[in-house]
Design a protein around this ligand. Structure first.
Ligand code: AMP
Length: 218
């Protein structure tokens, strides 16, 4: 089951990918995560992509395509995979078609206001990094971390104006990719405007409806 997941920041893609990955026993491959890890490890690839990633610019197609090609050749991708954050350009989408055949593309959607409410309510402990949400997961004492007593802050990235800008960038970047897969008949829109407890079963249902049965448990 070879899947591509598309969705704006804050839509909960990571949560849906990890649920599908567990149920179907296939890896979740996020090019953003791969790059961040390589940068952290200080590898040659990490050094090559560092500046692009830190500036939020696209890493050149040749580099990303080669990384994905190599990753998809690994043993754990034999039964399938979930690609997240790739493809991001038409050149990448065309290259991916040459590397392998994609079965389905899930396009996660929610109104901007829902995403803004989710992300702008996020609070992070400036000491230990624990995450809370003003509405959905408030700390016991306002502004104070339950775990370490540190002060809770809103990340710069999670301010409503900044979120709006990130959503706009996402739309501009992914519109041609969404169109590309819609034309091929591979795109399925998934409503992700509710909580994960509702969206995760919805995603699993979509996959079953498209003929993908989870492997029998041994
Ligand atoms: P993400 O976590 O998906 O937002 O990716 C973080 C950063 O990694 C992006 O801002 C880009 O600099 C880089 N990146 C990740 N995936 C790609 C891709 N498919 N093409 C180009 N750059 C990418």
């Amino acid at each position: 089951m070879r899947l591509v997941f598309i969705g704006p920041p804050g839509i909960g893609k990571g949560t849906y990918a990890s649920a599908v990955s567990k149920v179907y026993g296939i890896p979740h491959i996020s090019t953003g995560d791969i790059f961040r890890e390589e940068i952290k490890q200080g590898t040659e690839l990490g050094r090559k992509v560092k500046e692009y990633v830190e500036r939020g610019e696209l890493v050149p197609d040749e580099i990303v395509i080669e990384v994905v090609r190599k990753r998809l050749l690994q043993e754990d991708c034999k039964r399938g995979f979930i690609l997240d954050g790739f493809p991001r350009t038409l050149k990448q989408a065309e290259a991916l078609d040459k590397i392998t055949k994609i079965d389905l593309v899930l396009n996660f959607k929610a109104p901007d206001e829902v995403i803004i409410e989710r992300l702008s309510g996020r609070l992070i402990c400036s000491k230990c990094g624990a995450i809370y949400h003003r509405k959905w997961m408030p700390p016991k004492k306002p502004g104070i971390c339950d775990k370490c007593g540190g002060p809770l802050i809103t990340r710069e990235d999670d301010r409503p104006e900044v979120i709006r800008h990130r959503l706009e960038l996402f739309r501009r970047q992914f519109a041609p990719i969404i169109e590309y897969y819609r034309r091929k008949g591979l795109l399925v829109d998934v409503d992700a405007s509710e909580q994960a407890e509702i969206v995760v079963p919805r995603v699993l249902k979509v996959l079953e409806e498209h003929g993908f049965k989870p492997p029998a448990k041994s």
